[in-house]
Design a protein around this ligand. Structure first.
Ligand SMILES: [Mg+2]
Length: 384
């Protein structure tokens, strides 16, 4: 059967911890997690070996260590992740006509036109898994469906090392028994409100019996949510330009309107991203601050540095200015993100020699102890 549209979604299993094992095979099977050290550090990724202890990403490291005292904590290694990402991209560029990387370890490919070459979707999924593993040593879960949403949900429910095919016409029945929170766009808070109504499955979301409370909850978005709940999803795969930016974002535990908290969050992102730029000999021409409010509206504000920069104290005023412009007083925000845009090679004379040495010394400390040990207060040229 030829599918009207075929989307293949791929997601690396526990990318950061799997990458650590690729880098150091002696870590295989060990209770590892990637994150910052206590007291303030957060787990960025938990290996499958520590998940039975209840260790999860976004959990404070201190709590993870309580749950799993033998936990081996590793600092993030973004240059490694980027190398692996680039190797995966080479594979997907070769296999698929059109690929959209939605994050460092997740991609959508439109494989509609490949059906004459690979009439069996399972065979195509298997090939992609094998090729990605051969190129990187990373295991990937892959799912094929007629739309992006169902493909992603199918992959999520077949992890790790899974392969799933949801045939055309089976979308709604595949989704029916899953909890509403499996749908993208329904976060933990919304899910809790839905569950409080007594709704436990995606099938309930399309049941006319719940029209009134659901309409009250979602308003006009209900039409869109009900389409998703039935697996109707026309969102196209959009191949982005070669990524010339790096970014970081986080969803908060609680919505916030506290400007100093948002500034502190972005300042932390900037510190890590700028460190990565320096490690890779790059500098950024600009930045983009992104906020998502409690009603899921996303706004962004771009800023331009006076010249390409990779030292965060010099970059901060531009980022801070963009954030202040973007914030609306009284609005509660659920997510903040920072992207450094238009990356170029760093000019060799970006800093005078003494300042460059001091920054390199700080970078070495960060490499040894993790970024949270140092509040990079700044190495100003005047103090040198
Ligand atoms: Mg993943």
């Amino acid at each position: 059967m030829r599918w009207p549209r075929q989307i293949l979604f791929g997601d690396v299993d526990a990318m950061f911890t799997s990458a650590a094992v690729v880098n150091d095979p002696s870590l295989a099977g060990k209770p590892i997690a990637v994150g910052g050290p206590p007291p303030r550090g957060i787990i960025a990724a938990a290996s499958y070996a520590v998940r039975p202890f209840g260790v999860r990403s976004a959990m404070p490291t201190a709590k993870a260590l309580q749950l799993c005292p033998q936990l081996i904590l590793l600092p993030p290694d973004r240059p490694l992740y980027r190398r692996l990402h680039d190797a995966m991209r080479t594979v997907t560029d070769r296999l698929f006509p059109l690929t959209e990387w939605s994050s460092i370890d997740e991609f959508y490919a439109d494989t509609t036109e490949l059906q004459s070459l690979y009439p069996d979707p399972l065979a195509l999924g298997r090939l992609a898994k094998d090729e990605l593993y051969a190129a990187t040593g990373l295991r990937c879960t892959i799912a094929l469906a007629t739309g992006k949403t169902v493909a992603k949900i199918a992959a999520d429910s077949h992890k790790p090392d899974g392969l799933a095919v949801i045939e055309p016409g089976r979308e709604a029945s595949f989704l029916a028994s899953l909890p509403p929170r499996a749908l993208p766009g329904i976060g933990p808070k919304t899910a809790a409100r839905i569950e409080a109504l007594g709704i436990t499955t995606i099938a309930d979301l399309v049941d006319a019996r719940w029209d009134r409370p659901l309409h009250h909850l979602f308003g006009n978005s209900l039409v869109w949510i009900r389409e998703l709940a039935q697996g109707i999803d026309r969102e196209p795969v959009i191949a982005e330009r070669e990524s010339k930016s790096i970014s970081h974002e986080t969803t908060f535990d609680h919505d916030t309107r506290d400007r100093s908290f948002l500034e502190q969050t972005l300042r932390g992102f900037l510190r890590e991203l700028a460190h990565d730029l320096r490690q890779e000999g790059l500098a950024a021409c600009g930045c983009a601050v992104k906020l998502k409010d409690a009603r899921f509206t996303i706004t962004t504000k771009h800023g331009r540095f006076p010249y390409p920069l990779n030292y965060d104290p010099d970059m901060w005023p531009t980022v801070q200015h963009a954030l202040r412009d973007l914030m609306t007083p009284g609005t509660e925000y659920r997510l903040a993100g920072l992207t450094l845009t238009t990356l170029t090679a760093a000019a060799p004379g970006l800093f005078d020699q003494r300042r460059a040495k001091a920054i390199a010394a700080l970078d070495a400390l960060v490499a040894r102890h993790g970024s949270s040990v140092i509040g990079l207060g700044g190495v100003s040229s005047e103090e040198m």
